[in-house]
Design a protein around this ligand. Structure first.
Ligand code: ZN
Length: 186
């Protein structure tokens, strides 16, 4: 972890096929200052990557916490603690990427509209109804909290190909591909 004088912290993001990405996260019981500090660290990490969503599982933390910002100006951070999907509706097929699967983009079919309940950074419960990219993003991030990755929706052949390529890059310590289509890296 790198922390500078402004208490900005960039957390290390795990890459597929790291088995820790399969951990199932635990509910947060009390939202306190440590939770808020962690949310800020996650936002810093997500914006720096850059990505539009990040789940605690991706930075090897066991809490059910997700941060998202799908705005163009990157000024609408959304923090979801203990997120729960209440309703799914419609079908959407969107090309997805993931900060834990760098360099790969594949189409995944998900619900187009989602109603979700969560706690905010003050521990207050709220509900929201969203659609399109934000709905896809929320489903992708909650999957992370359950140890699931977008590559799980692909064929075994595609998943194996991606795993082999990333394992090879990790062995060679090659820098992960980034920068391209960062709008969709969640
Ligand atoms: Zn992801």
């Amino acid at each position: 972890m790198i922390r500078d004088g402004n208490h900005m912290a960039i957390l290390e993001i795990l890459h597929f096929p790291d088995p820790r990405l399969r951990n199932v996260a635990h509910s947060v019981e009390t939202v306190g200052d440590d939770t808020r500090q962690f949310l800020d660290d996650m936002l810093d990490t997500m914006y720096t990557a850059p990505g539009i969503g990040l789940a605690a599982t991706q930075v090897n933390d066991p809490r059910r916490i997700v941060v998202i910002d799908v705005s163009d100006a990157k000024d609408q951070p959304l923090c979801l603690i203990n997120p729960e999907i209440l309703e799914l509706d419609g079908v959407e097929e969107m090309e997805e990427g993931c900060l834990s699967v760098p360099g790969f983009f594949e189409k995944v079919k998900r619900a187009d509209r989602v109603r979700v309940r969560a706690l905010d950074r003050n521990g207050e419960a709220f509900e929201m109804q969203v659609e399109g990219l934000l709905a896809v993003c929320i489903q992708h991030e909650i999957d992370h909290l359950d140890g699931k990755l977008f590559v799980d929706y692909l064929s075994q052949l595609k998943r194996t190909r991606i795993r082999n390529k990333l394992e090879k890059e990790q062995r060679q310590n090659a820098p992960a591909a980034s920068g391209e289509a960062s709008q969709r890296v969640i």
